[in-house]
Write a protein that binds this ligand. Structure first.
Ligand SMILES: C[S@@+](CC[C@H](N)C(=O)[O-])C[C@H]1O[C@@H](n2cnc3c(N)ncnc32)[C@H](O)[C@@H]1O
Length: 266
């Protein structure tokens, strides 16, 4: 019956681009709770909305390729990227602070020669604001829709890169890089499996991991949220078991932590 639920979900236009292993995992979890197959399909789609659907918007990849004249700094090209970044809820929220966002992180890590962007969404399209030169960019997400846009973008701008569809809950990556970005990823993974983010941090072969949380307004009315996320970060640090330092690079609407990790054994 799990197979039937998976096939029906993957037939829907909304979720046909989601990695099959995520759909299979959610189907196995929801079937025992469901009244019948129809109900299981509905439940899996609801969970997929939380995991991927809620962030998606329109993609505007063609406009980026048309605007590319060989220079990441060119205003018309940046305007096309900005427009595309509006297509994913989490990158849209970051737009007002893009100019300072990555510089604040690199101040703690150094400008990396390789970046691993986990649960990337449309994150790679912020490359013009990253200032990482020829660094290798590896982008991973469970949703092939933003990944296709990221792949086309990184190819257009000739950034050394690799793009990979992967369910980080069932298959944490052991990729090597100087810096891993887990931007607004932990709360998304927590909803799927509260132990997943800890497993991801334990398996990464990176020197620094950047963990962020969306906080609509930090301080003031957002204080409760901020408190919750700081507490979540503390638990994650303990769970990872290999964090030697934590620095902060927050912007007004996003809590950003830069973790320094001890090397993994073996
Ligand atoms: C809140 S968005 C953050 C996107 C991006 N990191 C950013 O900050 O703009 C969460 C991302 O995680 C991805 N995601 C959700 N569940 C995942 C999983 N199990 N494995 C890998 N990626 C996942 C979603 O598709 C989505 O792109």
């Amino acid at each position: 019956m799990t197979g039937e639920v998976v096939e029906r979900v993957l037939c829907s236009s909304r979720y046909r681009d989601v990695d099959r292993s995520l759909v299979g995992r959610l189907a196995a979890e929801e079937l025992p709770r469901a009244r019948n197959v129809d109900d299981a399909v509905k439940r899996v789609k609801r969970r997929l909305h939380q995991a991927v659907g809620a962030f998606r918007g329109a993609t505007r990849g063609n406009a980026i390729a048309d605007a590319w004249k060989g220079d990441l700094a060119q205003p018309a090209f940046r305007a096309a990227c900005t427009d595309a970044l509006r297509g994913h809820a989490s990158t849209r929220e970051r737009l007002p602070h893009l100019d300072t966002f990555f510089a604040g992180i690199w101040a703690h890590t150094g400008v990396p020669a390789s970046v691993l962007d986990l649960g990337c969404g449309l994150g790679p399209l912020a490359l013009p604001w990253m200032g990482i030169g020829e660094a290798e960019y590896v982008a991973i997400d469970v949703d092939y829709r933003p990944l296709a846009t990221a792949e086309a973008f990184l190819t257009t701008v000739r950034q050394p890169h690799r793009v990979e569809g992967r369910d980080l809950v069932s298959a944490p990556t052991e990729d090597e890089a100087e810096v891993a970005l887990l931007l607004k990823l932990v709360t998304t993974l927590d909803r799927q499996d509260p132990g997943a983010a800890g497993r991801v941090l334990r398996s990464l072969r990176v020197r620094h991991a950047v963990v962020s949380f969306a906080a609509r307004s930090l301080g003031g009315r957002g204080k409760g949220m901020e408190h919750t996320y700081r507490a979540r970060l503390e638990r994650l640090v303990i769970d990872a078991g290999r964090v030697s330092a934590v620095a902060e690079a927050s912007v007004p609407n996003e809590l950003v932590f830069v973790l320094t990790l001890d090397a993994v054994d073996g």
